[in-house]
Design a protein around this ligand. Structure first.
Ligand code: PRP
Ligand code: MG
Length: 214
């Protein structure tokens, strides 16, 4: 068996980070330090944690720079990378939705024809609009998307919705669900046998943790 640890990519910051680390902790994996270091080994299990930017994780997994990652399915779909989803995790459930300002008349998808839509998910939105034969102008912005209509940058937005409170606070109404997502473990298609064996042990523990939660 390889002596190389399994490299696990997690979000450096963001909503998934705490639950990802908590999952590993419940699997009995103790990680030294944490966010200050970008790479942290575990003390009692042959894994190391890489803290990376969420949007970079699919590429790192595809390239085998990280062996596995804990991330949202939505990010994998958006980036279109070749990774294997090996475990659904049941947390960080959200949807990618189109929303419009309250008061803007909305009569179905056709309303979006010719409109400007701000999003951090241009590929997912483009595919959805194309599948529905809608032509709209997509404005890619990397965060705080919900502010776009208020500042005159867009007529509508397409962003993640979890509790719905960000939409509500910004006077937006959810109109269409583009896709649904939750956290998953994704694995690199190119992993050596030693690391695959560590992954199998880890997945065995993860399944037990998830079963105990239900
Ligand atoms: C995410 C997402 C939405 C919000 C949805 O943003 O982009 O804006 O959470 O959650 P809610 O429905 O529970 O309000 P985040 O706060 O992570 O920041 P960012 O968009 O600036 O990355
Ligand atoms: Mg946001």
């Amino acid at each position: 068996m390889s002596t190389q640890p399994l490299r696990i990519a997690v979000q450096k910051s963001g909503r998934l980070l705490d639950e990802s680390i908590e999952l590993l902790r419940e699997c009995g994996i103790k990680i030294d330090n944490g966010r200050d270091q970008l790479k942290a080994p575990a003390r009692n299990f042959p894994v190391e944690v890489l803290y990376l930017r969420n949007s970079d994780i699919p590429q790192y997994i595809q390239d085998g720079v990280a062996d596995i990652g804990i991330l949202g399915e939505n990010t994998i779909i958006e980036k279109g990378k070749q990774v294997d989803i090996v475990q659904q995790l049941g947390f960080s459930k959200c949807r990618l939705s189109v929303a419009t300002p309250k008061g803007m008349p909305y009569a179905g998808l056709a309303t979006l024809q010719g409109k400007r839509i701000a999003t951090s998910y241009p590929n997912s939105l483009r595919a959805y609009l194309a599948a529905n034969a809608i032509e709209a102008e997509i404005h890619e912005i990397s965060g705080s998307v919900e502010i776009a209509p208020n500042i005159g940058l867009a007529d509508a937005i397409c962003d993640l919705v979890s509790s719905g409170s960000t939409l509500f606070k910004n006077g937006l109404e959810e109109q269409e669900v583009v896709l649904r997502s939750e956290a998953v473990i994704a694995a690199s298609p190119r992993m050596d046998a030693g690391r695959r064996a560590i992954l199998d042990q880890l997945l065995f523990r993860v399944k037990a943790v998830l079963e105990a939660r239900n």
